[in-house]
Write a protein that binds this ligand. Structure first.
Ligand code: F6R
Length: 240
């Protein structure tokens, strides 16, 4: 795992954007795996500015997002589809028909998950997957458990994740308790993975990312087995 420590959030965002921009130039029809949450917002802003300046184009890009709350409609203002439209898709020249977010209203989430993974595979696989890290070490919504799922699936959210994400909802009671999420296998199949982490709250998980062990109790540690991971974090996340 390559580790880049940045001075602050802005620098982290620029570093992440640089890596994505390089891929867009090298492979304009690349397949991006995208994350929501607070961490990538600055990077998405950078990318939108680069797009506006004519440095990069998303015209031929296809994207697959990691996860979506369940059950939640795509037009709900806390849905991850809504988040992606607001924070990236509406601000760049991407073809919205080529953007994908797991269906938070799927009647049969298991079938939806299998179809999502099959579609990614048929498209040629994810070239670059963006990830954030939960304070408890989750990646996408693969929460600390004894056993983790390989493919895209329906999952329950831990109380700590519901608490952490309640900042976006009117109250904790409004946060959905379930989500549909890519599994660890879906994520690990990506050709390259860029993990972003900012702020003190991520320090404990960053420490776990640095030792020589993996555990399903800190799902992010499994990324150590991937051949091409770049962890970009700021000093606050690295030093605590
Ligand atoms: C988002 C996702 C989550 C977040 C994580 C960190 O699509 O899958 O795993 O990356 O919860 O969230 P923030 O960035 O808000 O700290």
């Amino acid at each position: 795992m390559k580790i880049i420590v940045c001075e602050n959030y802005d620098e982290m965002s620029k570093e992440g954007a640089k890596i994505i921009a390089a891929l867009l130039k090298e492979k304009p029809d690349c397949i991006l795996g995208l994350a929501t949450g607070s961490t990538p917002v600055g990077m998405y802003k950078e990318l939108a500015e680069m797009n506006k300046a004519g440095e990069i184009t998303f015209k031929n890009v296809t994207s697959y997002n990691l996860d979506e709350y369940y059950p939640l409609a795509p037009d709900h203002d806390q849905s991850y589809r809504y988040f992606m439209n607001q924070n990236l898709f509406n601000n760049v020249d991407i073809d919205i028909a080529k953007t994908h977010v797991p269906d938070g209203l799927a009647e049969d989430p298991a079938a939806m998950g299998a179809a999502y993974d099959a579609e990614i595979e048929a498209a040629g696989g994810i070239d670059l997957q963006v990830l954030g890290l939960g304070p408890n070490g989750h990646i996408a919504f693969n929460e600390p458990e004894d056993e983790l799922y390989v493919g895209t699936h329906l999952t329950g959210l831990t109380d700590s994740t519901i608490e952490a994400n309640s900042r976006f909802f009117a109250s904790k009671a409004d946060v959905p308790t379930q989500a549909v999420t890519m599994g660890i296998g879906t994520i690990m199949k990506a050709k390259k993975i860029v993990v972003l982490a900012s702020g003190k709250a991520k320090h404990a998980v960053i420490e776990k990312m640095m030792d020589g062990r993996i555990t399903t109790q800190v799902p992010g540690t499994i990324l150590k087995c991937h051949p091409d991971v770049v962890l970009i974090c700021d000093k606050a996340a690295m030093e605590g």
